[in-house]
Design a binder for this molecule. Structure first.
Ligand code: PGA
Length: 308
């Protein structure tokens, strides 16, 4: 096992992520024969097959899964070591991998500019996907920090609440309910309801709200993007319940309005999450400090200026 190299573990990690030798080779700037050769040597060092090929797709064997988990831990430790040594040299370097739900993308990317100005040596990456996939990435320990409105209940995680996340009913400005006060849930249920896809955190919260209020809504379509939902509302397809953050760039001229419906906004929170016991890199710790000290305040200001 001591014959295995960091380079080989890195290649295995890329293959596991892409499910393909070819795409892993492309990402790492290597030829395919080099990748195959390195994996052959790694397999020999581990003494068990690491991959199965089913059709065109490559799958990890149980041994491969164990090596993958160890490789990610080792990569984390190496990144920390790099950062620590850079710190000792007085220059802050390293990488910070963030993962956020499609709805948190309305505020997380805004934090990157000011953070980068303070820490120009840190290379940033941001993965944006729905709640279910962010949770999958968290359980695989693929990134440094995760942002979500629905923290996992079945995983041992560190949780930092960062911002309020009000969910509001969004409608077309020409909807007859626009401008009315205290619209009843019964009136809301009569509106065609545009929903996020299953796997979305927003959908899970909204469905729970409907169940809690015994509301039989009238779903018209599921869409996988908040922006697509906003466009469908503008086109007159129906109304939807969205995070108010999705309206960050809308103003009072917008074709969208927020309806004043009883029980709304649904008050939720945004959380920064990472696995309990994870050794945070210096970059990840710097990002947490940055959010709690100043980033959070600037986002709260942005939210107070969105469509009300
Ligand atoms: P999503 O995110 O609806 O875009 O999945 C919301 C959340 O994190 O709760």
């Amino acid at each position: 096992m001591t014959q295995a190299t960091l380079h080989q573990l890195n290649i295995l990690e890329a293959i596991a992520r892409h499910g393909s030798f070819t795409r892993a080779a492309e990402e790492l700037g290597l030829t395919q024969p080099t990748v195959s050769q390195q994996i052959k040597q790694l397999t020999k060092a581990m003494g068990l097959p690491l991959f199965d090929q089913i059709g065109k797709r490559i799958h990890l064997t149980e041994a491969g899964e164990s090596v993958l988990i160890a490789s990610r831990d080792i990569a984390d430790r190496v990144a920390q070591l790099e950062m620590h040594l850079s710190d000792l040299q007085g220059m802050e370097k390293g990488r910070l991998r963030l993962s956020t739900t499609t709805t948190a993308k309305y505020f997380v990317p805004r934090l990157l500019g000011p953070f980068h100005q303070q820490h120009p040596g840190i290379t940033l990456s941001l993965e944006i996907t729905n709640q279910a996939e962010v949770m999958q990435r968290l359980s695989n320990n693929e990134d440094d920090l995760y942002f979500t409105g629905r923290p996992p209940r079945d995983m041992d995680v560190e949780l930092r609440p960062i911002l309020p996340n009000p969910l509001v009913v969004v409608a077309n400005r020409s909807n007859p309910l626009a401008g009315l006060k205290n619209i009843s849930l019964k009136q809301l249920a009569e509106q065609p309801m545009i929903m996020r896809e299953s796997g979305s955190g927003t959908r899970a919260i909204v469905e729970q709200f409907f169940v809690d209020n015994r509301l039989d809504v009238n779903p018209i379509i599921d869409l996988t993007s908040n922006e697509a939902i906003k466009q469908a509302i503008v086109g007159g397809l129906g109304v939807s319940v969205l995070s108010q953050h999705t309206l960050a760039l809308e103003n009072n001229e917008s074709p969208l309005v927020i309806l004043d419906v009883e029980g709304f906004p649904i008050q939720q929170y945004w959380y920064l999450v990472y696995p309990s016991g994870k050794q945070l890199s210096v970059a990840a710790q710097a990002f947490i400090d940055f959010i709690l000290e100043e980033g959070k305040q600037s986002i709260e200001e942005t939210l107070s200026n969105t469509l009300q």
